[in-house]
Design a protein around this ligand. Structure first.
Ligand SMILES: Cc1cc2nc3c(=O)[nH]c(=O)nc-3n(C[C@H](O)[C@H](O)[C@H](O)COP(=O)(O)O)c2cc1C
Length: 390
């Protein structure tokens, strides 16, 4: 097994092993990718406050997310086409998450279906819902998530229309990939990928194929989104979903304090500060920049989580210090999956746990639940006067 020391090692390995079309699908943002890049680079601007001569024994990262115990405050974000990063990718990622003790979220646009995950894994998972025009299909999806005993529903609010990602257009992204000469030539150089793909029957959108009548082109994500996603989604629809679901509801894609207050007022159990990993509104701030104002606006009644740009346990700690109750990661686990399958996702989680644990200790804390802004030095996103060190 290659030596993997950090998430970046997993990314480089995934780039070698995953066909270009699907690697690019993961490693891209919309238009100029400014927000995509800022998600990562803004974390590096936040400085930690080193403490010494503090007892570091008996540390714990255990926490809860919407009341569910987690080994560390990190869940796997929903990502479409995960089963194209590696054969049966969603099943493998869900298994790795379960072994580690953190939640896995299945995307509406996954390759493995809700039923596949329920059959092939043992922990309750979360299901992410996109609002579609066909309300009958929505009702059936929610019913299927309930039948699969999903323990929370994540409703994504920031993708009524699709942000343009140039690479996907150039690569002609589809699942399964179209057998054009450039695709065949590229896939031929990824033997681990295609030999495992030949062993599974899961090659298209498992939650959709066979569940919606009269849909012609399911293989293309962009054409499916353009015709099926509901551009009219509003807070009444959120209420409708909440009532229909009746269980724990998490709203994803909040970037503005006013929207976050509306989300909290809608009765959601948690909200996720997220710009969809820089894949939707290019020019929006990074999610870590947006976080503090949203934490202040929402207060303590609703859990505020954040995703976007987290590439290490240090980033997780910074997000918690800035007031996030928990975090989620997308690309880090996708890179792990593309690099080494289930083992790669497990490795990604171990790396993040170790970095989080050591950094927390060196900042003078032993329990993740006691971490606050006082571990940060004043600077970007940490206004002077807000920290013990200011
Ligand atoms: C390849 C890819 C596919 C994604 N698909 C979905 C999706 O189907 N539903 C959703 O709510 N978010 C989706 N997202 C956004 C993620 O849930 C998450 O917000 C984002 O990846 C976080 O940023 P990070 O990748 O920098 O951790 C996707 C992100 C990526 C990278």
């Amino acid at each position: 097994m290659p030596i993997v020391t950090c998430v970046e090692d997993l990314r480089l390995l995934a780039r070698k092993r995953v066909p270009r079309m699907f690697y690019d699908y993961a490693d891209s943002g919309s238009w100029t990718e400014t927000t995509y890049r800022a998600n990562e680079t803004d974390f590096a601007k936040i400085k930690l406050r080193q403490r010494v001569a503090v007892n570091m024994e008996d540390r714990t990262l255990a926490s809860t997310m919407v009341g569910i115990p987690v080994a560390m405050p990190v869940a796997l974000s929903p990502t479409g086409l995960t089963g194209m990063q590696h054969a049966d990718g969603e099943i493998l990622a869900a298994r790795a998450a379960k072994k580690f003790g953190i939640p896995f979220t299945l995307s509406t646009m996954s390759i493995c279906s809700i039923e596949d995950i329920a059959t092939h894994t043992s922990a309750p998972f979360w299901f992410q819902l996109y609002m579609m025009r066909d309300r009958g299909f929505m009702e059936r999806l929610i019913e299927r998530a309930r039948a699969a005993k999903c323990s929370a529903l994540v409703l994504t609010l920031d993708l009524q229309i699709l942000g343009q990602r140039h690479k996907d257009l150039r690569n002609g992204l589809s699942a399964p990939p179209k057998l054009t000469i450039p695709n065949i030539v590229n896939i031929a150089t990824k033997p681990r990928w295609w030999t495992s793909m030949l062993r599974t029957r899961r090659h298209s959108f498992g939650n959709i194929v066979g569940h919606v009548q009269g849909v012609e082109d399911v293989s293309s994500l962009s054409s499916w989104t353009a015709t099926q996603f509901d551009p009219k989604l509003d807070w009444d629809d959120v209420k409708w979903v909440r009532k229909l679901w009746g269980g724990k509801l998490i709203l994803k894609g909040l970037m503005d304090p006013e929207d976050a207050r509306l989300a909290a007022d809608s009765g959601a159990d948690a909200l996720i500060v997220s710009n969809h990993g820089g894949r939707q509104l290019d020019g929006a701030p990074s999610s870590i920049e947006a976080l503090p104002a949203i934490v202040d606006a929402v207060g303590s009644g609703t859990e505020v989580w954040v995703d976007g740009g987290i590439r290490s346990g240090q980033d997780v700690l910074k997000a918690i210090a800035l007031g996030a109750h928990a975090t989620m990661i997308g690309r880090p686990f996708l890179y792990g999956l593309g690099a080494l399958g289930e083992e790669g996702v497990a490795r990604c989680l171990e790396i993040i746990r170790n970095e989080l644990d050591v950094t927390m200790a060196l900042c003078g804390h032993r329990d993740i639940r006691t971490v606050s802004r006082d571990i940060l030095l004043s600077g970007p996103f940490v206004p002077a006067g807000r920290t013990a060190a200011a």
